[in-house]
Design a protein around this ligand. Structure first.
Ligand code: SF4
Length: 193
């Protein structure tokens, strides 16, 4: 296949099933890491290092692109917790524009994102953003729905002993995930009482 695909990756566990499916389709993707959203910085490094280990084991090219955390604070953080759709749209945009810039610079023809495997992401919003930012860079957005394989990805990543994070990436998502866990715990206790 002459198509060259750059796959934006949010983390190692979420890369497992997209890469498996893309290889079945005949693509050999290069992986692009650009996730200015992940906080704190130590958490971002931990996720990147896990991806780096896995890419090396799989023989996948890994490109670490620029991460403009100041732009994230200016363009995404002010939206805050009250409008998740708008916040995530801006966050996807920042990361996918950078992935597209790298793809266009390096002669890739197609672009995709592992965000499309997680049921916790805003699937339609993410795809809209990918469509919008890929075309002006002369790239074909590869839109796929890998969410049916999320459970498989969870299982495989556990078997591989991968680091699995508890929240999407930003401080708002960390707080939202902690609230969700507390609510679930309260519901479990309630149903036992
Ligand atoms: S929840 Fe995830 S996608 Fe949304 S703004 Fe936070 S890090 Fe970005």
């Amino acid at each position: 296949m002459s198509d060259r695909l750059l796959l934006h990756a949010c983390c190692a566990p979420c890369s497992l099933e997209p890469v498996r499916h893309l290889r079945e389709e005949g693509y050999e993707p290069a992986i692009c890491w650009t996730n200015a959203n992940i906080q704190p910085a130590a958490e971002r490094e931990r996720r990147f290092e896990e991806l780096e280990r896995w890419c090396a084991a799989e023989g996948l090219e890994l490109i670490r692109a620029h991460e403009d955390t100041a732009a994230w604070e200016r363009g995404v953080a002010p939206i805050g917790a009250h409008d998740r759709e708008r916040r995530c749209r801006a966050c996807y945009g920042l990361r996918l524009v950078e992935a597209c810039r790298v793809a266009a610079d390096r002669g890739f023809t197609h672009v995709a994102t592992t965000l499309a495997v997680s049921p916790y992401q805003l699937f339609d919003t993410c795809n809209e953003v990918l469509e919008r930012v890929a075309r002006p860079h002369g790239l074909v957005p590869l839109i796929r729905d890998w969410r049916p394989w999320y459970a498989e990805a969870t299982l495989r990543s556990r078997e591989l002993g991968m680091y699995r994070q508890q929240y999407c990436g930003c401080r708002f998502s960390a707080a939202e995930a902690a609230l969700d866990r507390a609510r679930l715990r309260a519901e479990r206790h309630g149903s036992q009482g």
